[in-house]
Design a protein around this ligand. Structure first.
Ligand code: ADP
Ligand code: MG
Length: 716
């Protein structure tokens, strides 16, 4: 295909670019013609959307365009001067103010420059001002290499009603040696060449059904919109492009699991499953029953299961995993169960032994730093098949770990692992068949994000807590109220309960924070909590030490566990009913939710106190308020995604697919995503290998343009 090779051309060969400027464009992520075509403007200046300065209202966020009449530094010249730039249009004056970097920023401006400024409008006396606005200079002095007629300024164009695309901020451009204008020039020359070669990549029926603009027209309009309505249509079409092809990718993968990956047909339900059922000390929730049925149906087929279980903290995922293992055991297969921390792996090991050993199952634990002889024995028994279940950390992935018939891989707290680790574990099967895969996550993520990041997986949701649970009472308290909090804590201990006291140590290598936590522990244990058995756990302890502390807490010997975030995931001690989180403002929302999930795991009332020690920013207050208001993990993750952006609540390992979505806003475009997904999956259902002539364009576009992009989301 001729146009494919054109779009794969290295950007340095574009007229006006060359090797040096290509280096600069690479920094912006532009390597090929394709990349440039899809390097969309960041914002647009549109006169119809602009406020005239005289009509500004205090408190609103607005874009204004005007001319710089005065630039001055104010305040202490040497230490911390303030920069004030006065911008005028026909209707009035607004001052742009910078408190930081004044002298540096000042160099960018000249009196007489036209400037677009965007930000929140404030007031200083009778004058409007915008503090730290985002800015674009529309008319600097002419570049040395510009011809006279190119120097028609954006400002003039803007005044004649054109919509002006703004690419990266002048700041970013400066770093790479472009001016906004020289970049726009390159783009517009490029579009003349490129647009005629852009082929339609959707079917006619897709375009008609969703009233979509042709692809080339959308690309033209996104770079050089003629009107706001055209721009809106272009955005819609390009969002569809992103979402549809991503979902097509997932649809193809999903089909390949089901059609091609041969796995074990686990048809038998016998001793282990039946006995496990009989031995349960509680009744399964309906959600648990439903998910176990879904797993059973997957494992029966002989095609590989690839299922993600999302369940809120405390919803009872472990027992669901135990059923999946029992099914594997009933079919003479081994299981590997991987957890992200030693504490959690050890806990799962103990739980599984408690419920499965009486049924005659042999289980072993593999973590780092085990005695050599112990380890060798474990490995031997796994390879011979004498051990049926291996529970462990990353240690399971090491080369020496071999199975005789691995049929099921379970990964708990899956978001802590990367794709490659999943694949490494899956490859441990030496039978030529792929083991079934069950992923579990207690970090519920919004549905839109699930469809984007785990779009190829079948998902199950446990959306129900065991019946005996009471909602946790959560309270936001300031440091000054700490004494009252400690009183409640002591009351609960007196009533036979246990408690967690958590200190922020987001990164276990932060020595200063750790020292602070240890100091608190040392002073409290002999004063306020004198006479109460307390323990301390953190990441710097050896596995054996951690184990000892956790064992003592689990058995009830320790009443108050002081700890860092090492206790964040998975720890399950149902007698613990109080959690005090110190410096709660320093934790992210999802992390707080995980931590809080350590209590409220039994039938007693539980209490969570979020103690803050600084004046709260608005964002922090909103975050902590959300914790008070809801304990629904899905709601919390939606709020988190809004506050921090979807990419930030996923690990970098899993954000590959997100980086493909430049136009789409997952918070706003959920419906579109759903439609695109349905269309893509339907298409693949009808034509799994895209062989029908009507799908030829979709296929060739998918294969060409998305080849490089999709290497970002190698899902193993
Ligand atoms: P998570 O989903 O957070 O991993 P766990 O699997 O650790 O939750 O289960 C939390 C606690 O709830 C455990 O102590 C477990 O024994 C208990 N549990 C699980 N299912 C039920 C149920 N259906 N009824 C009562 N308690 C249950
Ligand atoms: Mg768990």
């Amino acid at each position: 295909m001729q146009s494919a090779s054109f779009f794969n051309t290295d950007i340095q060969f574009l007229k006006g670019v060359g090797p040096k400027r290509a280096g600069a464009l690479n920094l912006l992520g532009i390597h090929t013609y394709h990349d440039l075509l899809h390097f969309y403007p960041r914002r647009y200046l549109d006169r119809t959307k602009m406020k005239s300065i005289g009509a500004l209202i205090e408190g609103e966020t607005a874009t204004v365009v005007g001319e710089i009449r005065q630039i001055r530094l104010d305040g202490n010249q040497w230490k911390n001067p303030r920069l004030i730039v006065s911008l005028f249009d026909k209707s009035g004056r607004v001052d742009l103010v910078w408190f930081q970097g004044a002298k540096y920023i000042m160099k960018k401006f000249k009196e007489g420059d036209a400037l677009a400024a965007w930000g929140k409008v404030g007031r200083f006396g009778s004058l409007f001002q915008i503090t730290h606005p985002e800015i674009d200079i529309l008319r600097g002095k002419r570049e040395p290499d510009e011809e006279e007629d190119e120097a028609v300024s954006d400002y003039d164009q803007f005044n004649t009603g054109k919509i002006i695309p703004l690419y990266p901020s002048s700041e970013e451009f400066k770093k790479v040696g472009f001016t906004p204008r020289s970049f726009r020039k390159i783009v517009s020359n490029f579009l003349e060449l490129a647009l005629p070669l852009v082929e339609e990549n959707f079917t006619k029926s897709l375009l008609e059904q969703y009233h979509l603009m042709p692809f080339s027209k959308a690309l033209a309009a996104i770079h050089q919109p003629q009107s706001t309505s055209e721009l809106a249509e272009a955005k819609l079409r390009l969002k569809w492009n992103e979402l549809f092809f991503l979902q097509l990718f997932f649809a193809l993968r999903n089909v390949s699991y089901h059609r091609e990956k041969h796995s074990f047909a686990c048809e038998n339900i016998a001793h282990f499953t039946n006995e496990l059922h009989k031995a349960l000390p509680f009744e399964l929730t309906n959600a648990q029953k439903r998910v176990i049925k879904e797993i059973r149906a997957d494992m029966k087929t002989g095609m590989q299961m690839n299922r993600l279980i999302q369940g809120d903290v405390g919803s009872g995922k472990t027992i669901v995993a135990a059923f999946a293992m029992a099914i594997a055991l009933d079919n003479h297969l081994q299981c590997a169960f991987m957890a992200p921390t030693e504490i959690l792996a050890t806990q799962h090991y103990l739980t599984l032994r408690r419920i499965l050993e009486p049924l005659g199952v042999s289980i072993s634990l593999l973590i780092g730093k085990q005695k050599k002889s112990t380890r060798e024995e474990i490995l031997y028994n796994l390879q011979s098949g004498a051990t049926q279940i291996a529970v462990g950390t990353h240690a399971l992935l090491e080369d020496g770990v071999k199975f005789s018939s691995l049929g099921l891989v379970i990964i708990d707290e899956q978001h802590r692992f990367g794709v490659l680790q999943r694949k490494a574990l899956q490859d441990k099967s030496n039978s030529g068949k792929s083991p079934h895969i069950l992923l579990m996550t207690a970090t519920p993520i919004p549905r839109t994000l699930t469809m984007t990041v785990f779009g190829d997986l079948d998902t199950s949701i446990i959306n129900e807590l065991p019946k005996d649970r009471k909602p946790i009472l959560t309270k936001l308290v300031s440091e000054s109220q700490r004494a009252r909090v400690y009183q409640t804590l002591r009351d609960e201990i007196a009533a036979g309960r246990q408690a967690y006291l958590v200190y922020p140590l987001v990164d276990e290598s932060e020595k200063i924070d750790l020292a602070a936590a240890i100091k608190e522990y040392d002073s409290l244990k002999d004063t306020l909590f004198a006479g109460i058995p307390v323990g301390l756990i953190h990441g710097q302890l050896s596995p054996a030490e951690k184990d000892e502390v956790m064992q003592a807490f689990r058995s009830g010997m320790i009443k108050i566990l002081f700890g860092t975030t090492v206790i964040e995931v998975g720890v399950d001690v149902s007698n613990a009913t109080v959690m005090v989180i110190e410096h709660a403002e320093r934790f992210g929302l999802s992390q707080l939710h995980q931590l809080r999930g350590r209590i409220g795991r039994g039938h007693a009332q539980s209490y969570c106190y979020l103690v803050y020690s600084q004046k709260l920013t608005n964002e922090a207050r909103e975050r902590l308020k959300a914790m008070e208001d809801t304990s629904d993990g899905f709601k919390i993750s939606e709020i988190d995604a809004k506050l921090r952006g979807a990419g930030n609540i996923m690990g970098t390992e899993q954000s590959g697919a997100l980086s493909l979505l430049r136009m789409t806003d997952l918070n706003a475009d959920g419906e579109l995503l759903q439609e695109a997904r349905e269309s893509a999956f339907k298409l693949i259902q009808r034509d799994p290998e895209l062989l029908l002539p009507e799908n030829a364009r979709i296929k060739s576009y998918f294969q060409n343009a998305f080849k490089t992009s999709f290497s970002l989301i190698n899902i193993g």
